[in-house]
Design a protein. Structure first.
Length: 293
């Protein structure tokens, strides 16, 4: 069942890049509305079913959940902006370097990282590089976009690592409600400070924002948060690498950005790296039952 949920999550997040690249709105507005709308949709269920578990949450886990929300805001702000400065394939590939940052964070937290995991990460990232290819567009805009995508990947890694511990105490719904809500609040403040408008868009923009919220936010991120209870952040980060060829193919269909042969060769390397990591960390996967709610 977890494998099916992982497939659905990857398909959902693969639509995120192409959809957001097609939205004619500021990056902060796009990031804000997908989180704010998801929070609003979750709020009735949380009010009825999750008040007790949120009330029982200790200060440490509240801090970790709020930190995850802040890091998620940083991820979205950086990555959505990068999508407007460089290609969907490049931005998606570079944000996927989060797997490297997860390994770095694990090491800083004193966790042993097996050589097989490092090998798997290397294979997968080699696949990302093959998919992306060399960005021949030597321009300040492209470089800034690439760097922002890497920053987005680092923030995403921190978001996953913070959520790893909290998900042993909170249900998926309760955790995502607080995380998305705090993320939306941070993004709203950022938009206010920078003067980015959050309203005044045409119908097409609102339709695309709704599509991003349902696919990438409610299906993609929420399912990945659910899987944090039974999979390590490293494995989830490797799964997210599959978003690279998925987003490239969708960009080819909807945005006319046709992928080259590297997409298919890179997919093979990504799958090989994923297989190595999953096999090497199978014994370390936590079998935590999702709390009711």
């Amino acid at each position: 069942m977890n494998a099916v949920l992982a497939v659905v999550a990857i398909l959902a997040v693969s639509a995120s890049g192409p959809l957001m690249a097609a939205i004619a709105a500021p990056a902060l507005a796009i990031a804000f509305w997908r989180n704010a709308a998801a929070t609003a949709l979750l709020s009735p269920w949380v009010a009825v079913r999750c008040r007790a578990e949120l009330g029982a949450l200790g200060a440490r886990h509240w801090a970790l959940t709020l930190a995850a929300g802040v890091l998620l805001a940083g991820h979205f702000a950086a990555w959505v902006t990068s999508l407007q400065l460089t290609s969907v394939a490049a931005a998606t590939a570079l944000v996927s370097t989060q797997v490297v940052w997860v390994v770095v964070l694990d090491r800083l937290l004193g966790q042993r990282v097996p050589r097989a995991v490092l090998l798997g990460c290397g294979l997968a990232l080699a696949g990302v590089l093959v998919v992306t290819g060399v960005d021949l567009r030597v321009s300040t805009e492209a470089v800034v976009g690439d760097l922002l995508a890497v920053v987005g990947g680092a923030c995403a890694a921190g978001y996953l690592v913070c959520g790893r511990e909290v998900r042993t105490r909170l249900s998926t719904t309760a955790y995502t409600f607080v995380c998305y809500g705090s993320c939306a609040l941070v993004l709203a403040v950022a938009a206010l400070v920078t003067g980015a408008p959050l309203t005044g868009f045409d119908t097409r923009v609102w339709v695309l924002l709704a599509a991003v919220t349902v696919s990438a936010q409610l299906l993609g991120h929420s399912l990945l948060n659910h899987l944090l209870a039974v999979m390590s952040p490293t494995v989830i980060s490797l799964l997210l690498l599959l978003e690279v060829p998925g987003a490239a193919l969708l960009a080819a269909v909807f945005l006319g950005q046709a992928p080259g042969w590297g997409v298919y060769a890179g997919l093979v390397l990504i799958l090989a790296g994923l297989a190595v990591v999953v096999r090497s960390r199978r014994s370390a996967v936590e079998a935590v039952v999702d709390p009711p709610g």
